[in-house]
Ligand binder design. Structure first.
Ligand SMILES: Nc1ncnc2c1ncn2[C@@H]1O[C@H](COP(=O)(O)OP(=O)(O)O)[C@@H](O)[C@H]1O
Ligand SMILES: [Mg+2]
Length: 248
């Protein structure tokens, strides 16, 4: 199943062409997604778009939404049953982790896609770590297990954070994201952390023109690098309704 993530930035800027960047999101393929970038770089904007598009790509999907910062951008979702804000984000994790475990154990035979979207994951675990180290470690362990094991039982994770430290994804589980996106102006530290082998290619591009809001790099299946331009949403209200409906 082909899924559009955004547009090719080079084709857009150099030739004025809208060329989609697509990835496979069929069951069994790795469609865990990681969205990085500093504050204001467009993570939430992209995440909302992907959420709305995913509801259309797979109508059987069940979504859970964890919103640590209770971002204003998600105000329309707050009343929904599968929305979990601030101190409740761990409940969303427990439900999705429980589904994965039950499916792996054979107790749950269903295989519709279950997706957990977690906005500001790293900030969430860092705050938790300062409060209760053991609890934070348990949370990170569960996230890692989902990244490493959930694909075969149709459970998917979509995480956004300012910086995805390796320590927030123990046991090297950060390598299990099929889609890694870095948005906004070039930041050497983030690139070194997430796509070191593409540093030269990214630097070359940035020397011509640095990334702006909603622009950046996207690495698919650890092997295919594109520069991305996140499209503008023409009907925000419609996108919000779609996402809201998916969490009812
Ligand atoms: N691709 C884009 N096109 C147009 N506006 C965007 C785009 N990305 C972000 N914005 C706008 O920029 C602001 C910050 O974006 P946001 O997604 O909230 O950033 P972040 O979550 O990284 O802090 C928002 O007002 C949003 O509407
Ligand atoms: Mg945000």
């Amino acid at each position: 199943m082909e899924f559009s993530l955004g547009y090719d930035l080079v084709a857009w800027q150099n030739y004025g062409i809208k060329k989609k960047i697509v990835t496979d999101i069929s069951a069994g393929t790795n469609s865990h997604m990681l969205i990085n970038g500093s504050s204001g770089s467009g993570k939430t904007y992209l995440q909302s778009q992907l959420f709305a598009k995913l509801t259309q790509a797979d109508t059987e999907s069940v979504f859970y939404f964890a919103d640590y910062k209770q971002d204003d951008s998600y105000e329309h979702l707050r009343s929904q049953a599968r929305y979990f804000g601030y101190e409740n984000t761990l409940k969303a994790l427990d439900i999705v982790y429980g589904t994965m475990k039950a499916r792996i154990a054979g107790e749950d035979k269903t295989r519709h896609q279950v997706t957990l979207i977690w906005d500001e994951y790293a900030a969430n675990v860092l705050a938790l770590y300062n409060e209760d180290k053991k609890k934070a470690e348990e949370v990170m362990r569960k996230v890692s297990e989902i990244l490493m094991l959930a694909r075969s039982v149709c459970v998917r994770l979509i995480v956004s954070c300012q910086i995805a430290f390796a320590s927030s994804f123990p046991q090297g589980s950060r390598l299990n994201f099929g889609v890694i996106c870095i948005l906004g102006g070039f930041n050497k530290g983030i690139y070194e952390m997430l796509m070191p082998e593409y540093m030269d290619k990214v630097k070359q591009r940035v020397q011509q023109r640095d990334f702006g809001k909603g622009e950046g790099s996207i690495l698919l299946q650890s092997s295919e690098l594109h520069f991305i331009k996140v499209g503008e949403v023409t009907d925000i209200a419609k996108m919000e309704r779609t996402c809201k409906f998916a969490l009812k």
